[in-house]
Design a binder for this molecule. Structure first.
Ligand code: FES
Length: 593
C-alpha cells in the first residue's frame, strides 16, 4: 500500500502494535517510538530529551511515559514533561489506515522561531541549562538573528534580578565577540551568556520598576543630582534621576557622561567592577537597542551607589595619599585641557603607557597632565592606560600567588572600561572631560599599586625580533599547540610564546583570536576569563597587528593559561543539546544493549 505522503513511514500493523505495546521506526530520520495505550496510538522521538537515552526502554502507566534512565516523566499525548530539567519530548503525527500504523517522520513546529523563543523563556525562568542550550540552538537554526537572542536574554536578566549582575556582564562580553566567532562558537557564546544570566536570576527577587520624575530639569542639574545621590548612597533617588535623564532624551554620550561622573565620585569602586558593569550596560544597549535604555541602564545604579571606593582603603592612603593626589590633579584638569585644545595628532600612546608603569605616583600623574597639556584627548589617555594595564598582565611574574592574577586583571578590565566610556563620551564638551578623566587618574593609581606583580617581570616573547624557532611554524599547528597548552595546567609561558610565534610569523590575528575564544568557550570559565578575552580583543582592535597588539594578546593568553583547564561541564551540556537537536542517536547503542 502507498504511504499517505512521502513524509510518513509504515510502523507496522495495529494488531502487531497492540500485541507488543510499542514499536520503533528506524530510517534516515530520528528513531520514532510508537506506543499503544488504552485504545490510542502515540508517536514520539525515541530519544529522551534529557540525555538521549532510548525511551523504548521506559514504562507507560496511566498515560505517563517514564524514562528508564533518570525517570523523567512525560505526558504521552503532548510529550510535555512533568520534570522540567528533562525538557519536553517532540511528538509526531500518527495515522491508522486500513489496519496499518503510519507515522510522520519529521518533527517540526508551525513557527519554529516562536517555539524556541518560548522554550528559551522557560529555560531562563527555571535555570535549565539543557533547555537553554536547545532553545538557543533551535533559534539559530530557525534563522533568528543573534542580536534578538541577546535581547531576549538581556531583558529577562534585567527584569528578574534586582540589579545588573555577573550574568549580564558575561552575556554582553560574549555578544561583543559574536562578530569574530564562527557559527559553532556563536552557539556556545550565546548559551554561556544565557545560562549565566539564568543562574544569576535563579531564586532572586524580580526588579521593582521605578518611574522618572514628573519634571524635566536641565541636563546639568540631573548630572549634579546623580553625583549627589551617589555620594549619599540614595539608590531610589539616583534611579529616578537617571530615568528622568532617559525620559528627557539624553543621548548615549550624555548618559555615559552623567553616569561616569557619578561613578567616579569614588575611586576604583569595588576594585573596578562597578565601572566595568556600567560600561557593559552601555555596550548591551548598543547590541539590543537603545529603546530599552529605561529597562537596562538603571540596573547598574544599585551597585554604583553601594560600591566601596578605594579612598576607604589604607593602601590608597599610605604611605602616599593617592586619593588626595588624584583630587589635586582633578582641580587642574580644566586648565590643562584648555591649554591643550587645538593640538592634534597626538601619537604618544605607547610612550605614555611606559610612564604609567613607573613607581612614583606623582610622576605618573605629571605624565598624564603633560599629555593633556600636549593635546591628548581623554579617550587616548584611556587607551594608554589600558595598554599599560595589559602589560602588567603580560609581564605578570610566575612567582606571584595565583590569586594575584585577579589584581592585574581588575586593573586591565577597569582601564578598558574607562577607555570605552571616554570614547563614548567623546570630546564635544570640555567640561565633561574634567570629571570623566578622574577615571584615568584612578586607574593609573590602581596600576601603580599593582607594580609588585611585575617584580621580577616575566619576559615578553617575540620582542626584539625573537623568532622562537623551536616552535611550530604553520598556523594550524600553532593553534593546536595553543589549545593543547590550555589543556594542561600552568602552561602560561608556553601559551605566551605560541601567541608570539603566531603573530611574529605574520599569521592572521583573527585566527588567533578565534582560537583564544574557542579555548574560553570550551571551559566552565569564570567572569574574569570572559572579561579578559573580550577586553583584550577590544584593545587589540585599537592597536592592530603591532608590537603593542601582540603584547595585549599575550596578556590574554597568559591569563587564560593560568585558569585552564576546568571541568567543562557546560560544554558537555551544550554538546548533548547540539546532538539532540541535530537528530543524533545519543546513547542509542548503550541503551539498547
Ligand atoms: S531521564 Fe531520560 S535520559 Fe535522563
Amino acid at each position: 500500500m502507498d504511504a499517505p505522503s512521502k513524509e510518513f513511514a509504515l510502523a507496522g500493523t495495529l494488531e502487531e502494535l497492540k500485541i507488543k505495546g510499542q514499536l520503533v521506526v528506524h530510517g534516515g530520520h530520528r528513531p520514532i517510538l510508537v506506543i499503544y495505550d488504552r485504545g490510542r496510538v502515540f508517536a514520539l522521538d525515541n530519544r529522551c530529551p534529557h540525555m538521549g537515552f532510548p525511551l523504548e526502554r521506559g514504562s507507560v502507566e496511566d498515560g505517563i511515559l517514564t524514562c528508564h534512565w533518570h525517570h523523567a516523566r512525560f505526558d504521552l499525548e503532548s510529550g510535555c514533561t512533568f520534570d522540567l530539567w528533562a525538557d519536553d519530548v517532540p511528538i509526531c503525527p500518527v495515522e491508522v489506515r486500513n489496519g496499518d500504523v503510519w507515522v510522520k517522520t519529521t518533527f517540526t513546529h508551525a513557527d519554529p522561531a516562536a517555539h524556541w523563543h518560548q522554550r528559551l523563556a522557560n529555560g531562563l525562568a527555571h535555570d535549565l541549562g539543557l533547555v537553554i542550550a536547545k532553545a538557543v540552538h533551535g533559534q539559530l537554526a530557525a534563522g533568528v538573528p543573534q542580536a534578538e537572542i541577546v535581547r531576549e536574554v538581556a531583558l529577562f536578566g534585567a527584569q528578574n534580578r534586582d540589579g545588573w549582575g555577573v550574568g549580564l556582564t558575561i552575556l554582553t562580553a560574549l555578544a561583543n565577540l559574536l562578530p569574530v566567532l564562527p557559527a559553532e562558537e556563536a552557539y556556545l557564546a550565546l548559551f554561556h551568556g544565557a545560562r549565566r544570566v539564568a543562574a544569576d536570576c535563579d531564586g532572586e527577587a524580580p526588579r521593582r520598576e521605578r518611574a522618572p520624575l514628573g519634571s524635566r530639569p536641565d541636563p546639568a542639574a540631573l548630572k549634579r543630582w546623580l553625583r549627589r545621590w551617589t555620594n549619599v548612597r540614595h539608590r531610589e533617588a539616583a534611579e529616578r534621576t537617571l530615568l528622568t535623564a532617559i525620559a528627557a532624551g539624553f543621548s548615549p554620550a550624555e548618559l555615559a557622561d552623567a553616569l561616569f561622573a557619578a561613578e567616579t565620585e569614588r575611586a576604583f569602586a569595588d576594585t573596578g567592577h562597578s565601572l566595568d558593569f556600567i560600561n557593559k550596560a552601555f555596550e548591551c544597549l548598543d547590541l539590543v537597542g537603545w529603546q530599552h535604555a529605561a529597562a537596562l541602564l538603571p540596573t547598574v545604579v544599585g551597585q554604583m551607589v553601594a560600591a566601596r571606593g578605594a579612598e576607604e582603603s589604607t593602601a590608597w592612603r599610605q604611605p602616599v595619599d593617592l586619593v588626595a593626589l588624584c583630587e589635586e590633579s582633578t582641580s587642574e584638569l580644566a586648565d590643562l585641557f584648555a591649554a591643550g585644545r587645538g593640538s592634534r595628532d597626538w601619537s604618544g600612546h605607547a610612550a605614555l603607557a611606559q610612564e604609567l608603569l613607573g613607581d612614583d605616583p606623582a610622576r605618573i600623574v605629571d605624565a598624564l597632565k603633560e599629555a593633556i597639556r600636549a593635546g591628548t584627548a581623554p579617550a587616548d589617555l584611556g587607551q594608554s592606560l589600558a595598554y599599560a594595564a595589559a602589560l602588567r598582565v603580560a609581564r605578570f611574574g610566575n612567582a606571584n600567588e595565583h590569586a594575584d592574577w585577579e589584581t592585574a586583571h581588575h586593573v586591565f578590565t577597569y582601564a578598558n572600561a574607562v577607555h570605552q566610556m571616554l570614547t563614548r563620551i567623546g570630546t564635544a564638551n570640555i567640561d565633561t572631560h574634567v570629571t570623566a578623566v578622574r577615571g584615568v587618574l584612578h586607574g593609573a593609581m590602581a596600576l601603580y599599586l599593582a607594580r609588585y606583580l611585575n617584580v621580577p617581570p616575566a619576559r615578553i616573547p617575540g620582542d626584539g625580533g625573537e623568532q622562537l624557532d623551536d616552535l611550530p611554524a604553520d598556523p594550524e599547528t600553532i593553534g593546536a599547540a595553543l589549545l593543547d597548552a590550555f589543556d594542561r595546567q600552568r602552561q602560561v609561558d608556553l601559551a605566551a610564546r605560541l601567541v608570539a610565534r603566531h603573530l611574529t610569523l605574520g599569521h592572521s590575528p583573527q585566527a588567533l583570536i578565534a582560537t583564544l575564544a574557542h579555548a574560553v568557550l570550551r571551559e566552565d570559565a569564570g567572569l574574569h576569563a570572559y572579561q579578559m578575552l573580550e577586553a583584550g580583543v577590544r584593545q587589540f582592535g585599537a592597536w592592530g597587528d603591532t608590537d603593542e597588539g601582540r603584547h595585549i594578546l599575550i596578556a590574554v593568553a597568559r591569563y587564560l593559561a593560568a585558569h585552564s583547564p576546568t571541568e567543562r561541564a557546560s560544554l558537555q551540556t551544550a554538546d548533548i543539546a547540539r546532538r539532540l537537536m541535530r537528530g543524533g542517536a545519543l546513547h542509542q547503542e548503550a541503551g539498547s544493549s
